[in-house]
Design a protein around this ligand. Structure first.
Ligand code: ARG
Ligand code: ZN
Ligand code: CA
Length: 254
């Protein structure tokens, strides 16, 4: 492969209340989780069942808060912006300054993350590669942004408090599908992740056998399990993500 890809990140923190204005320390805790999870440095990778232990991948992607803004000026990589909007949906309004959000920085150069108050129980959503430039990036509920284990000072959503929502969403941003393929025994277009019937929630005991597999890979970041029960990408998923950075790939400009 081409070695480790380092992605500059800008975080747009949109707040209507003080609690929504998450601190730079909470933001950094999320960057730290991404850097563990995408480099197989997360301690819980050791929990992987023996059947899948040989498939746990170092995806070779690293994330760093931007040190320069699009004009070349020094930045912390974190924007805190007061907004009149108290709750957001999936219509990308948070990515638009005219709608109370904050415009993306050049999406060919930065990974844009928006931390805001998503409504309707949404934890996050992402845009796949190849979509509209102005809406490219990942949105995360402010209370699922960062890790309680690394920074305890914030407000966190129970069971989604270890930063794995962003790991999952950045997986989508890097072209990964849900592990069940969003269909009954569907395909995620990755061969080393077993076909499974549907999403798993909570913390399933292994093996949970479906679709004649030998156990769902419910500990994969692209399932829907609790943060503490998802801790790996597979080799095939890593290959699929890294294809985007090759010459001609959809994220080669980063
Ligand atoms: N439901 C969201 C999605 O499909 C995110 C799920 C994140 N799960 C988690 N354990 N943090 O993109
Ligand atoms: Zn998802
Ligand atoms: Ca598969």
């Amino acid at each position: 492969t081409a070695g480790t890809v380092i992605i500059p990140v800008v975080v747009h923190v949109l707040y209507n209340t003080a609690a929504q204005n998450i601190s730079d320390a909470q933001v950094q805790s999320q960057i730290d989780v991404l850097n563990e999870d995408f480099r197989k440095l997360n301690a819980d990778a050791n929990n992987t069942p023996a059947q899948f232990a040989g498939l746990v991948a170092d995806a070779n992607v690293q994330f760093v808060l931007a040190k320069r803004d699009p004009n070349g000026a020094a930045t912390t990589g974190v924007i805190h912006k007061l907004t009149k909007v108290n709750s957001w949906g999936t219509n990308d309004a948070m990515k638009n300054s005219k709608r109370g959000g904050d415009n993306a920085w050049d999406t060919s150069k930065y990974l844009n993350l928006w931390a805001c108050n998503l409504g309707q129980g949404l934890l996050g959503y992402a845009q796949f590669p190849g979509g509209s430039a102005s809406t490219d990036g990942v949105v995360i509920l402010y209370s699922a942004f960062g890790s309680r284990a690394k920074f305890s000072g914030g407000t966190y959503t129970t069971t989604y408090d270890l930063g794995r929502t962003a790991t999952h969403e950045v997986g989508h941003w890097l072209n990964l599908r849900h592990i069940w393929g969003d269909a009954s025994c569907g395909t995620d277009q990755v061969s080393d992740t077993p076909t499974q019937q549907t999403s798993n929630y909570g913390c399933p005991a292994f093996p949970h056998v479906t679709c004649s597999n030998s156990g769902d890979m419910s500990m994969n970041y692209m399932d829907y399990t609790d943060d503490k029960c998802m801790y790996m990408f597979s080799t095939g998923q890593s290959t699929r993500m890294n294809a985007l950075f090759a010459s001609g790939g959809a994220r080669a400009s980063l």
